[in-house]
Design a protein around this ligand. Sequence first.
Ligand SMILES: Nc1ncnc2c1ncn2[C@@H]1O[C@H](COP(=O)(O)OP(=O)(O)OP(=O)(O)O)[C@@H](O)[C@H]1O
Ligand SMILES: [Mg+2]
Length: 355
Amino acid sequence: MIRYENVGVQFGDFTAIPDLSLEVAKGEFFTLLGPSGCGKTTALRTLAGFVTPTRGDVYVDNKRVTHLPSDKRQVGMVFQNYALFPSMNVWENIAFGLKLRKHNRSERQKLVADVARRVDLTEEQLEKNPAELSGGQQQRVAIARALVLQPKILLLDEPLSNLDAKLRHQLRAQLKELQSEFGITTVYVTHDQDEALTMSDRIAVFNRGRVEQVGAPREIYDSSATEFVCTFIGAATSLSAELTPVLGLRPGLSSYLRLEKALLETEGSPLPVGYARFTGTVLAQAYHGTHTIYTVEVLGTELKILQREDGAARPEPGQTVEVGIHPRHVLSYAISDDHGQDAAAHAVRTTSAGA
Ligand SMILES: Nc1ncnc2c1ncn2[C@@H]1O[C@H](COP(=O)(O)OP(=O)(O)OP(=O)(O)O)[C@@H](O)[C@H]1O
Ligand SMILES: [Mg+2]
């Protein structure tokens, strides 16, 4: 459906995107995830037609659109700040693009009413000014304004980042529902790992203009392809060089263990088969309601262990505990000698060392 083919984007001397190749399938909810400045918006704007690549091509439905003007690409875009027109009411905001396309008044009435219903905007809200609506409602107006033109593709650039945490969680679900209801191919930009994991069919993790991994959320989390992806997508303990040989791992690798993969042995629930056992000392605990995170000193590693609150173990700081680690859960990467400059090219995944 969407294809970036060796796309490069240059701003003066600065290379924002060196060489991007990526495919998005029809109907997919596809997320571009990465830290600030890694090129997510640039990649999205290239697809929308607001940025012309210095090299390479962009295809939509196998048609080359690299030099096609934005309004001919059938893409709808929702910006971070929504960019609603403050001098128009909600109805006029949504109808704006229809007017440009020379739809007559009665067609506009019908199409706006239609899309407003589908995104849950009431007639009363249609008559208000955008400033009189809440952040979440404004977002729905921005989405309605994009969808009313019946685009083939919906592009969303951090549409939730202006909202408070609770609303953001609510709207994630709402947005995802809307997307699957409309069945529209969506490219979503965020720097929020949790948002990417919960909403996406697939994720592309960006670092300095390059894609380090493309995959389903579970794949990205459980089988992170590079050290950058591993540490960006979720919390993980970096394992010491003292600990890794005991797990049968090759020396000279950076190794990580996700917090929920380490186990605390308790009376009545011994460690499962395949787990290596270590004796450690509890250094700290942090209660999070649904779970507690223990910091346990094990062979020079301050191992973080996420323990669900219904788990039996409740050790106190200072206490000695038995800890289990399965070598299969360890994520290991070759250490690059240029301090991660080119981690993607050097990283080798060797998780199966012990299994
Ligand atoms: N028009 C421009 N002119 C010059 N440099 C630009 C331009 N647009 C983007 N850049 C640079 O390109 C890089 C990528 O920017 P981009 O906006 O794509 O990042 P991003 O991943 O969307 O970041 P954020 O999460 O902060 O929005 C940045 O270093 C940015 O300064
Ligand atoms: Mg951006």
